[in-house]
Design a protein around this ligand. Structure first.
Ligand SMILES: Cc1cc2nc3c(=O)[nH]c(=O)nc-3n(C[C@H](O)[C@H](O)[C@H](O)COP(=O)(O)OP(=O)(O)OC[C@H]3O[C@@H](n4cnc5c(N)ncnc54)[C@H](O)[C@@H]3O)c2cc1C
Ligand code: SF4
Length: 330
């Protein structure tokens, strides 16, 4: 690892100023992703600005009935919080499905949102990669891509976003808040991650040097009836090869409201609007659930080795929605 400076920030404005003063500096959350990438030389910051001690570690109800989660809340604390478990159970389940207990104790909400893809070419500086070295090419398209994107990718990059937490946040319309030298700002999660296009190196719409201060979960009664299901290649901790966050409100056997988001299939958590449109107002049964999955997956453009994800996601959607329906009937 190359030498780097380290400074702990005491307050939000100080953290933002420290980063602005050094264009080669990076914020440090739990370090569980950034430090790994520094070891391999993918990331080469000259200075780390540690934000873990900032007063952004609270989880509080908002006046309108939502929840506000600070950026330095650890994944463990987020998943264990009683109001998260009661009001947004799929979020707690998603966080618990990610990484290991030790990692979740270190990892923060801000860092989880900005964790980088697990594409093997990205992680290997000896290989070309448009995301790491713009214009160098994407070896994954003709190479190893069994765990890459089937939705919303481009010829320039087919990597997936690895976050489990982000999938539940997408289903619940979370809003990311941040601070810059020019003052605070916010981005709905739907606009936070940029489409891949021909600039896969530009991953988010965050202004340069912005410090994520937290996320706001708007009130969503449907979220109390939600679930996260993740498929991975081994039972012990591993990244998803496909996942679903789903919430259903059913009345008299008919879906009144549905929320659905997919993970590990696109460069960002994938909100399944086409599927939601099929579900809303339809009978809560297997035929509807399969039709909803098919509507969303009609846009899938799999590569030779990841077509299995289309079937996997279809089955996952039907299974999770069926479980939620059975739960509602109890
Ligand atoms: C073995 C292993 C298995 C894993 N498995 C999973 C999994 O199954 N599912 C999953 O979702 N994740 C998994 N992870 C990833 C883990 O969740 C992330 O590493 C973690 O969430 C990143 O959070 P952090 O606070 O450690 O971020 P850091 O590593 O500190 O930072 C990550 C990025 O965020 C930036 N950053 C941090 N905080 C802020 C802030 N407040 N404002 C602006 N920028 C900020 C940093 O500069 C850096 O670019 C795994 C990680 C490992 C090592
Ligand atoms: S898929 Fe994206 S991250 Fe992976 S090699 Fe191609 S450009 Fe790089």
């Amino acid at each position: 690892m190359r030498e780097f400076g380290y400074q702990r920030a005491d307050d939000v404005s100080g953290a933002v100023a420290l980063l602005a003063a050094d264009p080669d500096a990076r914020f440090l959350g739990g370090g569980t992703n950034l430090v790994d990438l520094m070891k391999t030389g993918v990331e080469r910051p000259a200075r780390l600005v540690d934000v873990r001690e900032l007063p952004l570690d609270g989880i509080e109800p908002t006046a309108d009935g939502g929840l506000r989660v600070g950026a330095t809340v650890t994944n463990s604390d987020l998943a264990a919080h009683p109001e998260v478990r009661r009001r947004y159970p799929a979020l707690a389940q998603a966080v618990l499905a990610g990484a290991s207990g030790q990692l979740r104790n270190m990892a923060t909400v801000g860092g989880n949102l900005l964790q980088r893809t697990r594409c093997g070419y990205f992680a290997d500086p000896s290989r070309p990669c448009n995301k790491r070295a713009p214009g160098s090419g994407c070896p994954a398209v003709t190479g190893e891509h069994h765990n890459h994107a089937i939705l919303g990718a481009s010829d320039h990059c087919v990597a997936t976003n690895p976050s489990d937490m982000g999938v539940a946040l997408a289903a619940f319309d979370a809003v990311v808040t941040y601070e810059t030298l020019d003052g605070p700002g916010e981005l709905p999660l739907a606009d936070f991650y940029l489409p891949v296009g021909d600039t896969p190196d530009r991953e988010t719409a965050l202004p340069p040097g912005a410090l994520i201060t937290g996320i706001t979960l708007p009130p969503a009664p449907v979220a109390a009836h939600s679930r996260y299901r993740k498929v991975r290649e081994r039972a012990s901790y591993a990244f998803a090869i496909g996942s679903v966050a789903a919430a259903l409100d059913i009345e008299d056997g008919v879906v009144r409201e549905a929320r659905l988001a997919f993970g590990a299939v696109a460069s960002r958590p994938w909100r399944a609007h086409a599927a939601e449109a099929v579900l809303t107002g339809a009978p809560a049964d297997g035929d509807t659930f399969a039709a909803a999955a098919d509507a969303e997956l009609a846009a899938a453009r799999p590569l030779p080795d990841n077509g299995y994800k289309v079937t996997l996601m279809r089955n996952l959607v039907v299974a999770v929605l069926t479980e939620l329906t059975e739960e509602a009937a109890r």
